[in-house]
Design a binder for this molecule. Structure first.
Ligand code: C2E
Ligand code: CA
Ligand code: CA
Length: 758
């Protein structure tokens, strides 16, 4: 600044030589075409505004600036003949770099007022202002020119052609620097914000998408770009995968570079990854990010539509190095991610990964042409038992391999649990024949045993309207049904099947309600002594009748209650009702009858169970010997040590213990002997065999012998014919239960059957 306190202008700038008065300094200016037309340049155009009500001076300026070049580029010249007009132009074109302003126009201080409003009202702190005046000392400079940031103050007569060029050049340079600083400041701000946004990224795809958007934001561009990651260093860059994208490249996500349709972009990304450097084109930027250690290399493509200036390049490099450290972090977290999304035994996707895959399919618009297949390989559990766990794992690995061969990428093969797998892929890839293929011998590996009993369920995601989790649940549900239907079943999802699962959901709610309103009843099925036909006891069977009179089969609601835990209050209620029935029977003169109750594993494993039992018999005044605890064979056998202890306690307390459905589990004789069991109940499927198969093959026979050897009572279930009863009795089976003797019936009917007691 070169205005002294008195406001007297003197020379400033690089040119310290004052050339005295030259009335028309610009007269020497060579003619240089239309000085007022915008300069034709690919570079950003710099604009100079001249403001003067003196038309002659304006003309001279135009002439003088016609040949002016700043860094090889012409400048655009605008002119205004009044402060008012200038203010209007400045409002419309905030990018004007320099104003050459006459102080005295409409009024003596019109120029200074204009400066004030530019700085203070328009808030334009960047534009350089060169004041010129016709007469020295005319203006009474009341304001401090410093505060208005006026660069130069010149007498018109002092402005020679060269001097004007010099002043303009230095002012333009200053303006550019101020600009760069400002955008750098803004850019740094953006980078800080962008980095913050990136640290919120959850995984690599999210990070990459954000990165492209933030990159575009830093440069003030539309977010059109993508980021691809070369998972394995040194692998073919063509196979690098697009992990995140924004704008018109969103559809490229998950594609390999080789499958990006734009050949130019494809080539740029491959070059960036191969040459491991950034590449700049007139319309785009490719940034290379070197991975840390074994971390993946990455490259980003950003459509810029223009070249970047020096400041932007600077910003980009700051941002890129910032991103790079972010990327390293993310590749670290994506290693963690891998832990969360990968099956640790098989190194293939797990249930979470499948869920994520389904989510992204469902997020796309139909037709998605994707299906979901759930497969259950029955062989595994068996081989685990027979081969030991290590061999079992090996087996599982081979299965996974086989599955991946049959359902080749891009299908996702995920292990859900044990020997259950989920596959997500194109609908045509998940055909039933391919599932059948799994069951045959593998011609390439004859040592590989075939899978037996592959159960499967399938959901065409174009026909599915629910959530990803819903699809997983539905697939699992259908798989259970397929399993229940036996070997080699494939169940296809049909829209509306949710109604079935909704029904189940509603049913659990209704069961809950029924339990709380004592709507669960029991029926008693007589147990008889075969020799005499005398009723010695009964089995209590739970019954649930809906308000409309519909009876819900126990097979259905017991299973449901076991699955949702309601079996605990349900079992408690059955025990309560059984004790109440025993009390009524005692009062009716049948004090020695016993009632058997079915007890589920969940009930049995509760610490409170023995106390609740004791409390119930105590309140109803019945003896423990009258309440028999029935547990199924498989339940008794699993975790037999713990079960043995619980059952031992119950037995000590005086409760008889029966093993239900005996013969269907695979009891070890050793375990069985160790369990404090009083009764073996021969499963009714063995009773049904009687008379159907040759006598020495009848399992019931062996069970009866076993019971005798172990000094347990044997009771045959499901006896429907006299022939069965006769056969059983002849073989030494003392007790029986079945439709032949009586169906389950309410207490009143049962009491009527018993007749008057003693
Ligand atoms: P389970 O304990 O094996 O009960 C015997 C089932 O066989 C009863 O079916 C009974 O009605 C039926 N049954 C009896 N005699 C014959 C016969 O001669 N022929 C044929 N075909 N069937 C006969 P239900 O009442 O449908 O009960 C089914 C299963 O539900 C029971 O099998 C038991 O596992 C379970 N369950 C019933 N009540 C309860 C309960 O209170 N608690 C628990 N945990 N489970 C229960
Ligand atoms: Ca039973
Ligand atoms: Ca049974």
């Amino acid at each position: 600044m070169a205005i002294d306190q008195a406001g007297q202008p003197h020379r400033t700038g690089a040119d310290s030589h004052r050339t005295g008065h030259e009335p028309d300094a610009f007269a020497f200016a060579p003619e240089a075409g239309e000085a007022n037309s915008p300069a034709q340049t690919a570079h950003r155009t710099l604009t100079v505004l001249t403001v003067d009500d003196d038309a002659d001076f304006q003309r001279s300026l135009r002439l003088a600036l016609g040949s002016f070049r700043y860094q090889g580029h012409a400048v655009e010249l605008l002119s205004a003949s009044s402060a008012t007009q200038a203010a209007k132009i400045l409002t419309e074109s905030p990018d004007i770099a320099v104003i050459v302003l006459d102080i005295v126009m409409e009024t003596d201080d019109a120029g200074l007022r204009l400066v004030k409003s530019v700085r203070e009202i328009l808030g334009n702190a960047e534009v350089r202002i060169i004041l010129v005046t016709g007469q020295p000392g005319v203006s009474s400079m009341q304001v401090s020119l410093d505060t208005l940031d006026i660069s130069d103050y010149w007498l018109k007569t002092d402005l020679t052609y060269e001097r004007l060029h010099g002043i303009l050049t230095s002012n333009l340079r200053t303006w550019e620097q101020i600009r760069a600083l400002r955008s750098a400041r803004r850019g740094l701000q953006t980078i800080v914000e962008a980095s913050n946004s990136l640290t919120r990224a959850e995984d690599l795809p999210d990070f990459s998408g954000r990165m492209v958007r933030e990159l575009a934001r830093v440069l003030g561009l539309e977010a059109d770009g993508m980021m691809c990651v070369q998972e394995v260093n040194g692998s073919d860059p063509q196979t690098a995968r697009v992990v995140g994208a924004a704008g018109r490249f969103t559809s490229c996500i998950a594609k390999e570079i080789s499958r990006i349709s734009d050949a130019g972009i494809r080539e740029l990304l491959v070059r960036g990854l191969t040459e491991q450097r950034n590449i700049e084109t007139p319309v785009s930027q490719v940034l290379f990010f070197r991975g840390a250690d074994s971390g993946p290399h990455a490259a980003a493509y950003l459509a810029t539509g223009r070249t970047l200036d020096a400041t932007e390049r600077e910003l980009l490099s700051v941002f890129a190095s910032n991103i790079n450290s972010g990327l390293i972090n993310v590749s670290l977290t994506s290693r963690l991610d891998r832990l969360a999304y990968e099956d640790s035994l098989l190194s293939i996707p797990n249930a979470n990964a499948l869920l994520r895959g389904i989510e992204s399919v469902l997020a796309a618009a139909a037709p998605r042409d994707r299906s979901l297949l759930f497969i259950d390989l029955d062989k595994y559990s068996q081989s685990c038992l027979s081969l030991g766990i290590e061999q079992g794992d090996l087996m599982l690995q081979k299965m996974a391999q086989r599955l991946r061969m049959v359902f080749a990428p891009p299908c996702i093969v995920a292990r859900l649990h044990d020997d259950t797998f989920g596959i997500l892929g194109q609908t045509a890839m998940l055909r039933a024949e391919y599932v059948d293929k799994l069951e045959s011998w593998d011609p390439e590996d004859p040592t590989h045993p075939p899978f037996i009993g592959v159960g499967a369920s399938r959901i065409d995601l174009d026909r599915y309207a629910g959530s990803a989790r819903g699809a997983m649940a539905m697939g699992t549900l259908l798989l259970q049904q397929a399993r229940a239907q036996g070997m080699s079943q494939l169940i296809d999802y049909e829209p509306g099947m949710e109604r079935e699962s909704n029904r189940r959901f509603n049913q659990s709610r209704d069961l809950y309600h029924a339990l709380h309103h004592n709507e669960i009843r029991i029926e008693l099925q007589p147990q008889v002594e075969l020799a005499t036909g005398r009723i010695v006891g009964a089995e209590a069977l739970a019954r649930w009748t809906l308000a409309d009179g519909t009876k819900v089969p126990p097979s259905e609601f017991v299973q449901m209650a076991e699955a949702n835990g309601l079996i605990v209050p349900l079992g408690r209620q059955v025990i309560e009702l059984a004790c109440a029935a025993l009390a009524r029977l005692r009062d009716a003169g049948h004090p020695r009858l016993s009632i058997a109750v079915n007890v589920s594993p969940l009930q049995l494993s509760r610490r409170e169970f023995p106390l609740e039992l004791a409390d119930a018999i105590h309140r109803h005044g019945v003896a423990p010997a009258q309440l028999e605890i029935e547990i199924t064979e498989s339940v008794a056998m699993e975790d037999h040590l713990a079960k043995g202890e619980i059952l031992g306690g119950l037995r000590e307390a005086g409760f008889p213990i029966a093993i239900d459905d005996f013969g269907t589990g695979y009891s070890s004789l050793g375990y069985l002997r160790a369990l404090p069991v009083t009764t073996l109940k021969v499963d009714r499927c063995f009773v049904a065999e009687i008379g159907q198969v040759s006598p020495h093959l009848v399992i019931a026979d062996m069970v009866i012998m076993l019971g005798q050897r172990l000094q347990m009572q044997v009771l045959a279930e499901g006896v429907e014919t006299q022939a069965q009863a006769d056969w059983l009795q002849a073989r030494g089976c003392r007790l029986a239960q079945g439709y032949l003797f009586g169906r389950p019936e309410p207490l009143e009917a049962f009491m009527a059957r018993l007749g008057p007691g003693a």
